[in-house]
Design a protein around this ligand. Structure first.
Ligand code: ADP
Length: 544
């Protein structure tokens, strides 16, 4: 029996139309050196129509890729909405990647137009000679003449974003697309290998945006003023631009002002109610708030933390000292990205609630999961059996763009490369990435567990644990430690601290005090870099 329901495709243009009319008065605030720059969703809607006309005039009339090389700002939001809605494909380039990786990615995606922020134009100009597909560069903001000349040197036409839009009509008929066509693409940041391309569809992005607004997920709602720190080039911006437009939540976009001090000012001045970023951002903010107790963060109810494991000590400090709830979430570029959110079950309070909040979270609806053991068998959801997590769902990729060797998929499931446990209630606890697990004498040591405990030490700012070769055990943990400014600790003190909290055989023999844990392009601990430093003898390794 066929349903009687209308078969209306799910399209980003619906989010655009809906958000900019129904929630016309919601705000988009972009931070600048002079403070906030304000716009409304209504204004954004008009700009989107102009932008679509402008891109058409540059020859974007089908599924060409439009790249962005930008911070989080109003114009980037307009591109997020416009490019897919007009039938083209948005490709947000990760501005922090090495030049070779950027060239690889932009060529792989065949970006034809790149929109660039003025503050990043000089960097893009250096890449353009190697990007023959790029025919047009659109600059957001004023740039000096020499930078403009450099942008045009390799033959691309150079335009000014606002001038281009000013010449256009505010009317644009968004095409009726097939919901399965490409809307946007994103490359993994390459934490554990070469960047791989994922292509989102209209359908996947709309469904993902809807679930973002569920109270059991991120609960994005009207009245929220969302500080979106997570870069728009990281993992589909966590879906926040689309979720915000659907819900009518205002967006506060920090542009290039990502340090703790301006973020704290944004929270205070803009009365932000929620924020989203990787743990390193919140670690810095916590310290800043601790040092400046006069800053008013009373509006900020919750901050969403994902991208890497959030140390429980960080969550508790925010809650206890600042009454801010840290909402732990897990996801992947390949998953649009949201997979789990650590909202405790109803009725659970106190320490029991903390046990749920410290997990990566509960599977959100439509994300199916299975745990696969080392011998390929399915592991039970008992909260104890450890396996590799595999996932399936309407916003999870089924392949990688162009060069897919199939090794990341099994019977239609995406192999996440993450290792952990699931409870009968669907709460995921990750112990590691498969590549970061430390195999010591046939036993697995969780680097994440050791890091979380070490970062719970009151004198430790950051701790990263990696496996290094060991003659006797095959592999042993090496702990790299960053102490808080002015603090001192010995290896013996750290060893004793750990020994009270984990099995003795898990305590590292190798320790190094460093100034800062190296970070990836999206702010995660860069374990590849730490392992390389160790292999090249660049660390001052001390033993217990
Ligand atoms: P990359 O793979 O390049 O780092 P992603 O940002 O897509 O790019 O990374 C996804 C991975 O990040 C996940 O597979 C997982 O290993 C890690 N991750 C994301 N969120 C969490 C979390 N809350 N806890 C632990 N690991 C996380």
């Amino acid at each position: 029996m066929q349903s009687t329901m209308q078969d209306v495709p799910l399209l980003i243009s619906q989010i655009l139309d809906y958000g900019t009319s129904v929630h016309a008065n919601a705000e988009v605030v972009t931070w600048t050196a002079q403070g906030p720059r304000r716009s409304s969703y209504a204004q954004v809607g008009r700009d989107c129509a102009r932008l679509a006309n402008a891109l058409r005039s540059l020859g974007i009339d089908a599924d060409q890729r439009v790249g962005t090389f930008m911070w989080n700002n109003e114009e980037h939001l307009e591109l997020y909405l416009t490019v897919p809605s007009m039938g083209a494909v948005l490709h947000a380039l990760n501005i922090r990647l090495f030049p070779e990786q950027l060239v690889y990615i932009a060529r792989h995606a065949q970006d034809q137009v790149v929109v660039v922020d003025d503050s990043l134009a000089a960097v893009l100009a250096r890449l353009l000679p190697q990007l023959p597909d790029v025919r047009h560069v659109v600059v957001n903001g004023p740039v000096p003449d020499d930078v403009r000349t450099a942008l045009g040197a390799s033959g691309a036409a150079v335009h000014d974003y606002r001038e281009l839009l000013d010449a256009q009509s505010e009317q644009f008929d968004w095409p009726q697309l097939d919901e399965r066509t490409a809307a946007a693409m994103c490359y993994t940041s390459g934490t554990t290998g070469n960047p791989k391309g994922v292509v989102y569809s209209h359908r996947s992005n709309v469904l993902h945006a809807m679930q973002l607004c569920l109270p059991n997920a991120l609960g994005v709602a009207q009245g929220d003023r969302l500080l979106a720190v997570v870069p728009m080039f990281h993992a589909n911006a966590w879906g926040l631009p689309y979720g915000a437009l659907l819900a009518g939540a205002s967006l506060v976009l920090p542009d290039r002002f990502l340090q703790a001090e301006p973020l704290a000012t944004m929270i205070e001045v803009e009365r932000c109610t929620a924020g989203a970023a990787v743990p390193t951002i919140w670690t810095d903010l916590l310290r800043h708030l601790d040092e400046h107790p006069q800053i008013d963060t009373s509006s900020l109810g919750r901050v969403i933390v994902g991208g890497s494991a959030c140390p429980p000590a960080l969550m508790r400090a925010f809650q206890e000292r600042h009454q801010i709830t840290v909402l732990h979430a897990w996801g992947m570029t390949e998953m649009s990205p949201l997979g789990t959110v650590a909202v405790p079950p109803s009725g659970v309070t106190g320490e029991e609630a903390w046990r749920y909040r410290e997990t990566q979270g509960r599977l959100v609806p439509s994300v199916q999961a299975r745990l696969v053991g080392p011998d390929g068998s399915a592991m039970p959801w008992d909260g104890e059996s450890v396996g590799e997590l595999q996932v399936k769902g309407p916003w999870i990729t089924g392949s990688y763009y162009l060069d897919d060797d199939g090794s990341s998929f099994e019977d239609g499931w995406l192999r996440t490369g993450d290792v952990g446990t699931l409870t009968p209630g669907g709460y995921l606890r990750l112990t590691d990435r498969a590549k970061d697990v430390i195999k010591s004498g046939g036993e697995w040591i969780s680097s994440v567990d050791l890091e979380n405990i070490l970062m719970g030490h009151p004198k430790v700012k950051e701790a990263s644990v990696v496996g290094v070769p060991d003659e006797r055990w095959g592999e042993r943990p090496l702990a790299t430690i960053v102490l808080l400014a002015g603090e001192e600790l010995t290896v013996t003190e750290l060893t004793e601290y750990l020994a009270e909290r984990v099995a003795k055989w898990q305590v590292p023999e190798r320790w190094a005090f460093i100034d800062e844990v190296p970070k990836t392009s999206v702010g995660k601990f860069d374990k590849k870099a730490i392992r390389a430093s160790y292999a090249n003898g660049l660390l001052d390794v001390r033993s217990a």
